[in-house]
Write a protein of this length. Sequence first.
Length: 105
Amino acid sequence: MSDDATNESEKILESLFEPDNAEILVELKDGPKLLSFLTKKIAISKEELDEKLSYLIEKGFVSKNEKNDDISYLLDTEKLSKVLENDDNFKNIDDGLAKLDSFLN
């Protein structure tokens, strides 16, 4: 793997395991969640949440859907599992999300 690819995957993992992001991803693993739900659950402003997720949205791990006045976020579990499986620390998506969850609790 090139240095750029290594740096990129490190940056992605760092972003995935950033505590607020990890908490958001654990919420999203069961399906899409509304922005209002996530901001209450994690006690974070809409702007902060958007900023924190912007890199993961840019990289395609999370998608943002706006419908009427509702904004929801959806996790691409398949893409996430590929990254976690490529990293020797995780055996599968459940292991990865369990590890994320354990960082939070």
